[in-house]
Design a protein around this ligand. Sequence first.
Ligand code: ASP
Length: 427
Amino acid sequence: MSSASMPRSVKPSTLILSLVAGLVGGIIAHQFSDVTWVNAFATHILPPVGQIFLRLIFMIVVPVVFSAIVLGIYELAEGQQFGAVARKTLFWTFIFSGISVAVGVTLVNLVQPGRIVKIDMGIAAQSKDLLSSIAANASSGKSFSQTLIDIIPRNPIEAAVKALDGEMLSLMFFALAFGFALFQTTGRPRTVHAILKELFDVCLYLMSWAMKLAPVAVFSLTFGSFYRSGLQLLVPLGAFVLVVVGGLLFQMIVVYGTALKLIARKSPVEFFRQCQDLMLYAFATASSNASLPHSLQTAEKKLKLPPRISRFVLTVGATANQNGTALFEGVTVLFLAQLSGVHLDLTQQMTVVGMAVLAGVGTAGVPGGSLPLVMVLLQQLGIPPESLGLILGIDRLLDMCRTVVNVTGDLAIATIVSHGQDPLADS
Ligand code: ASP
C-alpha cells in the first residue's frame, strides 16, 4: 500500500487543543459533578466516544504485534542482524529502566514524600472495590520459574485472545519463533511474508480511520480522567506527584536527550518535535499498546527509522520496555513504605530497584497495568498492600504521564539501535 493512499494525520496543534480543553473542562466539570446534566454529559455522553476510539485501536493491536514481529524477525534474520539488534535492544532496555528506577529511588529518598504527605487513611477505604480487583490480579502472581514457563504459550490462539489482558509476552514469543521458522523454511520472501506485510499495512490503514476520531477522543479521554479524579488529591499527595513527575521529566529530557545526542547523534529537540503527537496520544490513552500502531508509523514516517528494526524494537518495547512504569513502581513502593512507617534498608531498596526493573518488563501496556505488580511488590516487602488505595484516586493522571515516557523510551531505543543503519536498505 503506498503511503500516498494513507489519509492525512491530525495536526499536533489540534490534538494539543483537544487535550487542553479536556483537561480544563474535566477539572471544571468535577466541581459541578452534582449538577445532573453535567454528570450525565461526563458519565454517559462523552465516555463512549473515547471508548469507541480505544476499541478501534485495540482491535488492530494483536494483528499488528504478530505481523510486525514476524516481519521484523524475518527481515533482521535475512540481513543477519537479528543477534546484534536483539542484544542492543535488551541492553538499552535494562540500562534505561535501571537508570529510570534509580532516578526515582534517589528522588524519593531525597524528598521523603511519605514523611511530608498528610493524608486521610480513610481514602484507601473508598477504593475498596478497585483494590480487591487489583488484589485478585496480583494474587494470581506466580513464581519466577512459572512466569518464565508461561512465556511459552500452550496455545497461541489463547495467547492472542488474552494478549490485552496480560498475555502479550506469550504472543510475542510465538511471533518471534514463527518469524525465525519462516526465514529458515522459505529462505526468501514468499507467500506468508507477503500476506503478513499486507496485514500490517491494512491494520495501519485502519488506524488512520480511527485517527479521524482522535481530536474528540483525546478530549473525551482527558476530560473523563480529570472529571473522575479532579485535583483535590493533587494537594495532599503533592510531594509524591512531584517526585513521580519530576523523575519522569528527568528521564525523558536528560536521560533520553543525552543518550540520543551522544549515541545516536540525533538532536533531542528534533526527536521530541517528531514524536510530539505520539506523546500527546500516549498521554490521552494511557496505554502503550493502544499507542503501538501510532509509534510504528512515527518511527517509519517521521523518524525515518529502518522498518525491520523499528518494528522489532517498538513491538517488543510496548510490553517489555516501560521505563516510566518502572520508575513509578519503585517510587510508589518506597513512598507507601515511608507512609506506613516501614523502614527499608539499602539492600531492600536495591531489591526494590531490581524488582521494579523486572516488573516494568512484565507490565501490560494498558491503563493501570502496573497496579497489580505494585501490589505484589508491596506484599513481598511487608508493606500493607491496602495502602495502595491511597494513590488510586491520582493514578490515572500519573498513568498518563508514565505512558508518555514508556512510549518515548521505545522510540529512543529504536533510534539508538538504528543508528548507523541505512533506512533505504528496507522495502
Ligand atoms: N499504562 C501504562 C502503559 O500502557 C502501564 C502502567 O504503568 O500502568 O504503558
